[in-house]
Design a protein around this ligand. Structure first.
Ligand code: ZN
Length: 308
């Protein structure tokens, strides 16, 4: 099935579950009510997907990639220069576009937040801008900071300027830097693959235009867009949804989530040596030199962050 997002405010509630499961809720898994369901839905899968993978991907890879590579990337002093966010104008409150408990909204001005963020809110944006290269921040019009245990992050097209995205980050994730990093990369991957250069927003769902490629809520995917190529390779003739077709369970949600999750794995994990469909989805991104460069940049930024 094609991506069939719910509204043109596709909220990538992304992760929400996924991350919750992944990191925070691990401890909760033994709890009363949720116990059984949790066990069924998430317990097992957690074991399978995250237990093992965690072991493999994050355990080993962390060792391999972050240990070793961190060495490799350790010298990128250029990425250490972060903006000084002392000078803010007016605070803008509200938003709640995604139904999350949005505690504050900040327009983005260049690479800076406008308004008067608290220390934590600022830390959230700093975390984002440390990891995502500065020349890509202009695709984001606003940051929404929320606190919701069930959602890690989301992006959606800004209704005032559909060429840009509103980014939502969960302030509670400051307590778990690895989780936050993963959310940041996942959310950025949506922006990377759904921005107007990739997806023609004039042919949004419900419009009268005809889309001969892939119709998404954001519009019609360009013929050469990442997501259209990804669709042709992995979704157009897909016959099943067995576990090894997806890098995570959440990736099976729809093609947009599959892309974001696969991209996140591409960035955070070592290059797969196997040839499962999930491996192929990660390797897909190695076909694009600019994405390999972006991977290297993000990893260098991460290394620099952890070293600093
Ligand atoms: Zn997502």
């Amino acid at each position: 099935m094609k991506s069939s997002p719910k509204s043109n405010k596709r909220i990538f509630f992304t992760f929400l579950l996924l991350m919750t499961l992944l990191f925070s809720i691990a401890q909760v898994s033994a709890q009363d009510d949720g116990g059984d369901d949790y066990g069924d839905e998430y317990g097992d899968d957690y074991g399978d997907d995250y237990g093992d993978d965690y072991g493999d991907d994050y355990g080993d890879d962390y060792g391999d990639d972050y240990g070793d590579d961190y060495g490799e990337y350790g010298d990128y002093g250029d990425y250490g220069g972060f903006e000084d966010f002392d000078d803010f104008g007016d605070f803008v409150e509200g938003g709640n576009a995604g139904g999350e408990s949005v505690e504050a909204t900040f327009p983005i001005n260049g690479t800076d937040l406008e308004g008067s963020p608290t220390e934590q809110q600022q830390q959230l944006w700093d975390a984002f801008t440390r990891i995502i290269p500065a020349d890509r921040l202009q695709q984001i019009s606003k940051l929404e900071v929320f606190n919701d245990p069930e959602t890690s992050g989301y992006v959606y097209q800004d209704e005032n300027d559909p060429t840009k995205f509103v980014l939502g980050l969960n302030v509670a994730e400051l307590d778990n830097p690895n989780e936050l990093t993963r959310t940041i990369i996942h959310e950025y991957a949506h922006i990377l693959t759904l921005n107007p250069e990739q997806v023609n927003g004039t042919l949004a769902s419900g419009g009268s235009g005809t889309c001969s490629t892939l119709q998404l809520d954001e519009g019609c995917a360009g013929a050469d867009s990442y997501i259209n190529q990804f669709n042709s390779q992995f979704w157009a003739n897909s016959t099943g949804t067995t576990a090894n077709q997806f890098v995570t369970e959440y990736a099976a949600t729809n093609i947009a989530e599959d892309m974001s999750e696969s991209f996140t794995a591409f960035v955070l994990q070592a290059r797969p040596t196997g040839n499962t469909v999930a491996d192929q989805k990660i390797n897909f991104f190695y076909n694009f030199p600019e994405l390999v460069q972006l991977r290297n940049q993000i990893r260098a930024n991460m290394a620099n962050t952890s070293g600093g």
